[in-house]
Design a protein around this ligand. Structure first.
Ligand code: ADP
Ligand code: MG
Ligand code: ZN
Length: 616
């Protein structure tokens, strides 16, 4: 696959990793392919899997960096069940978590009929099996290897008989103090090389930057390892984010498709099945060949939709599931997804990464042929609100308060990714994988880097104060203000529906301000949960309106405002007056004397993406 490059680190790997074609010429290839199909029931290898497996079969040390979900397990499970002539059969896999270990063992046994064992408790059966070397895969924690002299004795005995085929260090970044997941017991794995000099080692991880990679290799004392490092960057994808405003999303999407992707293959992700269906119908009515596909369809209908799309009889598919096709030219998100990647930097987030809506993975379906493709995401504050509500109302037993908090953070992160207008999208996405990306290399392949409108940082402290004042006053006077009305009231609009609020504190206080800026401040305060919305039903109708009220962080924010300025980064459509400062530079402190007290700009102002995270 040309889109997922595998790159070598020239500094520490004098021998390049085998290319796919070289790996296919390996004498092990036929057996490996057969085992892949017969035991693991998989049709083909994914990026770098074959290379890793072949190098390992050849007795080389191997280092693998592969995204979570990329298929690291297969890199060692496959060689483990292949008969190696020169070495014994035993593959010893070090993994950090007993839960993961049990899971893998269960899967190997039940699904693939491979006799694997988890070596945690002392058990005579396990030890007898081990001593005989007659078991293909043994999972063990690093603590067990470090602390149990008995375990080491057994291993040494097995090794003397030449029965250990390889050591596998999964989540190998835990050995590095550079990473966030350093584990004391991993450090002791450095001894494996001295104790078992003839046993090849394979180290795998999904999170390592260059420093960590070098550290892992040196700590495990890997000898001239084959390094298979997969970048998460997809250079041929363009990342674009739009706020949903005004017109219907189906109109917006239809326009985009007709303007730029006429007749081309694309995917539209929607959060709800209904949206899938409605969107697909709306697009069809506008002459775009579209269909939909989601888990609620019968297998037949799903199959039919999928094949129509795969065979190009329809060009656009609106769905919530995965089908792979090489020439997908655009991936559109009609709603904001739950999180950016589903791959956190810590082991904890990775465990519940089984999230159906993963922005990175979903956009990853675009441009698998290596040709340019666009990823367009439509979002708005409503998306954030409904996701937050969904998490709150989730009464699944598995949803602990901690996991809800984590999901909410992920959603917040997703929203600030969208709302952000100053940071390169590609750099932001790659930062999730610990991959540093210099935005100079983006070459305008994201909407932030290619936006010609100059960026402005505005001190919006006074505006925020006015908003709070108005919301408090509305509460005291039992006045219901909708989100859009807040802006109108602050502007001192004389229109009939707004004039009735002229008695409230704050009315007309921001007459001179740009409407877009006011709107942005209100949304940023909603995002930060300084404000909240309450849904009110109209008399005898199914019609609900969202009214603004103080949110859970109202008071914290109010106090903070006395100490720090509130800075908003945005791109004004109209040229800005004295209170803003063109360019992405610092805020001009003197620009604030128009209203309110004059404050020096603090070193760390409150910014729109700061969140108030509860400590408990
Ligand atoms: P990682 O450890 O890299 O996070 P896993 O080894 O758990 O990923 O694999 C993730 C998923 O990918 C599993 O469901 C696995 O069955 C699947 N997978 C692995 N290799 C392949 C392949 N060659 N083709 C299709 N699916 C694969
Ligand atoms: Mg894994
Ligand atoms: Zn960019």
């Amino acid at each position: 696959q040309p889109t997922q490059s595998s790159l070598t680190l020239s500094s520490s790997s004098p021998t390049p990793p085998p290319t796919t074609s070289a790996a296919k010429n390996s004498p092990f290839y036929p057996q490996l392919l057969q085992t892949l199909k017969n035991v693991f029931k998989l049709p083909s290898f994914r990026t770098n899997q074959l290379e890793a497996v072949v190098a390992n079969m050849e007795g080389r040390d191997v280092f693998v960096l592969m995204p979570t979900g990329g298929g690291k397990s297969l890199c060692y499970q496959l060689p483990a069940v292949c008969v190696s002539e020169s070495r014994g059969h035993l593959t010893i896999v070090v993994t950090p978590l007993i839960a993961l270990m049990d899971d893998q063992v269960k899967q190997l046994r039940n699904r693939f009929k491979v006799n694997a064992i988890a070596w945690n408790a002392e058990s005579s059966v396990t030890e007898r099996l081990l001593s005989s070397g007659d078991v293909p895969i043994v999972y063990v924690t690093p603590e067990k290897l470090k602390d149990s002299g008995f375990a080491r004795d057994i291993m040494q005995a097995v090794d003397r008989k030449g029965l250990i085929a390889r050591f596998v260090i999964d989540e190998a970044h835990c050995i590095s103090t550079w990473g966030q997941d350093f584990r004391e017991a991993y450090a002791a794995l450095g001894e494996l090389r001295q104790r078992y000099p003839n046993v090849p080692i394979m180290a795998l991880t999904a999170t390592a930057n260059q420093t960590t990679i070098r550290d892992i290799i040196s700590q495990l004392k890997l000898k001239n390892p084959v390094q298979l490092v997969q970048s998460f960057n997809r250079p041929n994808l363009h990342y674009i984010v739009h706020e949903k405003k005004g017109s219907k999303i189906s109109d917006t999407i239809a326009e985009a498709i007709q303007a730029r992707f006429r007749g081309q293959s694309g995917v539209i992700y929607c959060r709800a099945k209904m949206t899938c269906e409605n969107l697909s119908k709306a697009l069809s009515q506008k002459g775009i060949r579209a269909t939909y596909y989601h888990a609620g369809l019968s297998p037949d209908d799903r199959q039919q939709a999928a094949s129509e799309w795969l065979e190009g009889r329809v060009s656009v598919i609106a769905f919530g599931m995965g089908i792979d096709k090489a020439d997908v030219r655009f991936v559109i998100h009609a709603d904001m997804p739950k999180n950016l990647s589903g791959y956190g930097n810590s082991t904890i987030t990775r465990i519940d990464s089984d999230n159906p809506t993963r922005y990175y993975q979903e956009t990853g379906r675009a441009g698998r042929d290596g040709l340019p493709a666009e990823c367009i995401l439509y979002y708005n504050y409503q998306d954030l609100r409904s996701l937050r509500t969904m998490i709150d109302n989730d009464d699944n037993a598995a949803s602990t308060p901690e996991s809800k908090a984590r999901q909410k953070l992920a959603v917040a992160e997703m929203y600030s990714y969208c709302r952000n207008c100053s940071k390169c999208r590609r750099a932001e996405i790659l930062a999730h994988f610990d991959e540093k990306f210099d935005k100079k290399n983006c070459n305008k392949t994201c909407d932030v880097c290619s936006n010609p409108v100059s960026l402005v940082k505005t001190d919006a402290t006074d505006i925020a104060r006015s908003v709070l004042k108005l919301v408090t006053s509305a509460g005291n006077n039992r006045a219901n203000l909708a989100q859009g009305q807040i802006v109108e009231v602050l502007k001192g609009s004389m229109s009939a529906p707004i004039k009735k609020f002229s008695g409230l504190d704050g009315y007309g206080e921001a007459k001179a301000e740009d409407k877009d800026l006011l709107d942005l401040v209100v949304k940023d305060l909603l995002f930060k949960e300084v404000l909240d919305t309450v849904s009110v039903q109209h008399n005898n109708s199914a019609f609900h309106t969202q009214y603004i009220q103080p949110g859970p962080k109202y008071q914290i924010f109010q106090k903070e405002l006395d100490k720090k300025p509130f800075i908003v980064t945005w791109r004004p459509k109209k040229a800005q007056g004295k209170r803003t400062n063109a360019g992405a530079g610092a805020v001009d402190p003197t620009a604030r004397k128009g209203r309110g007290k004059r404050t020096e700009i603090a070193e760390d102002p409150i910014e729109e993406d700061d969140l108030y995270v509860d400590d408990d």
